[in-house]
Design a binder for this molecule. Sequence first.
Ligand code: NAP
Length: 256
Amino acid sequence: MDTLAGRHALVTGGGSGIGAAVARMLSEAGAAVTLVGRRGKRLEDAAKTMPKAAAVVADVTREEDCAAMIQAAHEAHGPVDILVANAGAVESAPIVATDPALWRRMIDVNLTGAFLTAKAALADLVREPVDEGRRVIFIASTAGLKGYAYVAAYCAAKHGVVGLARALGTELAGTGITVNAVCPGYTETPMLADSVADVARKTGRSAQDVRARLAHDNAHRRLVRPEEVAATVRFLCSPAAASINAQAICVAGGQA
Ligand code: NAP
């Protein structure tokens, strides 16, 4: 049975939703984990539930925060072996109502944040001796592979994340580090609950109706569970996944 004992995983957005499920699963597999986000209390509460976990407050849109985040993680558990760049946010608007500020917020947190996080972590990840167990995993989205109406900025950012994963995986080949993007479909998290409430408010439909419509997009006719995304990340961290590199992997019930 493979184990992540002795590994150090850093998960951005680790205090909620998919990030919290990933952190929990990697911790259960034996990894020391560092949870990152802007809300410290939530991160600390989550960290307390895991045997070897640290909470680090950082805003991934700020380059100096990303450098400080890696330094704090390193001080807590030593060099990072596994990076899960998961932090993200979604705002919706028709394209004509998408002002440049909304556009920049989506690109900043979802794409530039992923880039700054990975760039800062590479200082730790690329080190001698070469080790085939190191990983960079971006949580992108099916919105990184296909278009959805009313979320052009988010889709553009997530397409960028998939491109970033493919380019970085190619660039780092031979270093022992694999780089992949995991692309969830609609997943049962606080982000989804906020989106459902937003669409219900804007359209006058009931929240139940909106959720049913989103679930219908999944061929299984249900929303994805955060643990299903986490299990894919866990598999990518295993030795069996050492040849999976520069790929975008959907966890979406056939949605994309
Ligand atoms: P969530 O519960 O809202 O998680 C988002 C996390 O990102 C939060 O923990 C948040 O923590 C953190 N975050 C946001 N902005 C940040 C910033 N500037 N710096 C640091 N951390 C930041 O939603 P989720 O659904 O689990 O989302 C996780 C990832 O999955 C996102 O990248 C999202 O785009 C992607 N995804 C979600 C779905 C879905 O249907 N839920 C589908 C496809 C892809 P703080 O607020 O404390 O900073």
